[in-house]
Design a protein around this ligand. Structure first.
Ligand code: ADP
Length: 247
């Protein structure tokens, strides 16, 4: 009984902090979009800057939709309502598309994105889930890069498996946190993390979606610094664990 009451209190506290974090996270890109749009509407922006402002609006709307998708998936997963819509997905095209959607942000922040995306790689799974997974991994690689401004994305076939690898040369992840970061709301407690926008649910949603697709994810150190996230999935359809939810 004492355990149940304690657990319910913990859940209520988590829910409260979740609502507070997410509201804050939603407000920031919204205020920026408002600011850019308002400045543009006043017509006082130098012509050369107009396209920068418009692209900044696109970057912020991408961030906003990334966050909204994570929040929706997070609550659907918790309620057991996240159905997978399984089709054969061209992962090569999907990775190229998501990488392209990051290009302005990367350019603006002085990043180099090294792509090594094998053509024609396809897998059975949910296209929106795959997009969200690639978005979350790239978003984190950029967000936690510090001064190491090179990010790599690779997609390749390895025997009967497919590997998606996202590497950064950033702040890295302490060994004792490598498995914990896949749990909801866990953020590494250091200034380089807490000073960045974040809800602490991206990797837990990523892991949960990959579990459902029948894929795995692991994180290791990059040398000399940074992190490597490696997703491994089978090419065959049987890998999808929960075939009942695969409509
Ligand atoms: P968020 O980024 O919103 O905090 P995530 O669930 O995406 O939440 O990530 C959880 C935590 O894992 C982050 O807060 C950060 O501490 C750590 N992390 C994730 N990706 C990286 C990375 N590429 N480099 C360093 N730390 C990372």
């Amino acid at each position: 009984m004492v355990y149940i009451v304690r657990r319910e209190r913990e859940i209520a506290a988590l829910r409260q902090s979740f609502v507070a974090t997410v509201s804050h996270e939603l407000r920031t890109p919204l205020s920026l979009i408002h600011l850019y749009a308002e400045t543009l509407s006043l017509g006082r922006v130098d012509e050369k800057k107009v396209s920068d402002y418009l692209r900044s609006i696109l970057v912020e709307t991408d961030r906003l939709s990334g966050l909204i998708n994570n929040v929706l998936d997070f609550s659907r997963i918790k309620e057991g309502r996240r159905d997978l819509h399984v089709t054969e997905v061209n992962l090569s095209e999907l990775c190229e598309r998501i990488a392209e959607s990051f290009s302005f942000r990367l350019e603006k922040e002085g990043f180099t994105l090294q792509k090594c995306i094998e053509g024609g790689v396809a897998a059975w799974g949910d296209a929106l889930a795959f997009s969200q997974i690639v978005f979350n991994l790239l978003d984190n690689a950029v967000k936690y890069s510090g001064e190491g401004r090179t990010v790599d994305i690779a997609l390749k076939r390895c025997g009967d498996r497919i590997e998606l690898i996202v590497k950064d040369r950033g702040i890295g992840i302490p060994d004792n946190m490598k498995s914990k970061i896949f749990r909801p709301f866990v953020r590494v407690e250091r200034r380089e993390v807490t000073s960045k926008r974040g809800s602490g649910i991206g990797l837990s949603v990523t892991k949960e979606l990959l579990d459902r697709i029948g894929a795995s994810i692991e994180v290791s150190d990059n040398e000399p610094r940074g992190s490597i996230f490696r997703v491994s999935l089978r090419q065959r359809r049987e890998s999808c664990k929960d075939e009942n939810t695969c409509c």
